[in-house]
Design a protein around this ligand. Structure first.
Ligand SMILES: C[S@@+](CC[C@H](N)C(=O)[O-])C[C@H]1O[C@@H](n2cnc3c(N)ncnc32)[C@H](O)[C@@H]1O
Length: 253
């Protein structure tokens, strides 16, 4: 077993084919990004997608479930302060080391976000995370986000997976991205690696939480947001959906 594989096993306490949950998966040496070029193209697209929601350069922004956040410096240059929240502990440690001493960027655990005062953020982004949460956990997070957003703030929920979109559509979207960005062969091998990896098994066992457009709008409304589906999904996969939500003011506010 190589050093990275050993580290992944250490990170999760089990092998990749026997991962306990999605957070363990994202804390491991997973094959979601097929090579460095893919990671870079992905980061560029996510940054560009999030930047559309940054109306002013002084906003305080929370990126919830930030992953590797290779785009963080680019986003931080467009915000007053950027808070990265990541649940996977080893991934979070790496981010904390990367941004140690950076006055613009803080890296925190979900528990730290839950302890923040009301109305801490102008913008909260949660991109490509809702599918890995149970519906109950997502609803609980929406209540937290509602509390943490300023009255004129915005919540952006991206990459929402519809019930009618499956793994073949995801694979096609990746191959199209790869063909347009010079990593088609690597993407083919990457898809084969993914098919053999813990990802496929975990996706079969745990599934992804899916929402139709109407489901998501209903869920956001019930949590105290007025929401609309954006014309474009953040990122490369336009079979998935992004929602922009604004807190509805309650009578006592
Ligand atoms: C597909 S990645 C998306 C990363 C990033 N948002 C992006 O679009 O590049 C999903 C991330 O959400 C994180 N995550 C999953 N459940 C979470 C939770 N309950 N709280 C915070 N982060 C979570 C995972 O650890 C993983 O890093």
């Amino acid at each position: 077993m190589g050093g990275r594989a050993r580290q992944a096993r250490h990170a999760t306490g089990m092998t990749r084919n026997n991962l306990a949950d999605w957070i363990s998966f994202f804390d491991s040496n997973h094959p979601i990004y097929v090579n460095a070029r893919h990671s870079k193209v992905h980061a560029g697209l996510v940054a560009a997608g999030i930047e559309r929601y940054l109306a002013r350069p002084d906003l305080t922004v929370l990126d919830y479930g930030c992953g590797e956040a290779l785009y963080a410096e680019r986003l931080a240059a467009r915000t007053g302060r950027l808070i990265l929240c990541e649940a996977a502990p080893h991934l979070r440690e790496r981010l904390q080391a990367r941004f140690a001493g950076d006055a613009h960027i803080a890296v925190v655990a979900p528990e730290a976000v839950a302890a923040l005062p009301d109305r801490s953020f102008d913008v909260i982004v949660m991109h490509s995370v809702a599918q890995y949460l149970t519906a109950g956990d997502f609803t609980a997070l929406l209540a937290l986000f509602r509390r943490l957003l300023r009255a004129d703030g915005r919540l952006i929920v991206g990459d929402v997976v519809r019930p009618d979109v499956g793994i073949v559509t995801d694979a096609r979207a990746l191959l199209a991205l790869a063909a347009a960005n010079g990593f088609f062969i690597a993407a083919l091998f990457g898809l084969m690696r993914t098919a053999l990896s813990g990802y496929r098994k975990l996706r079969q066992r745990m599934g992804l939480t899916r929402y139709s457009e109407a489901d998501m709008l209903r869920t956001l409304k019930a949590a105290g947001f007025s929401a609309r589906r954006a014309a474009h999904n953040i990122g490369h996969n336009q079979a998935r959906m992004t929602f922009e939500a604004a807190p509805v003011s309650s009578p006592q506010q």
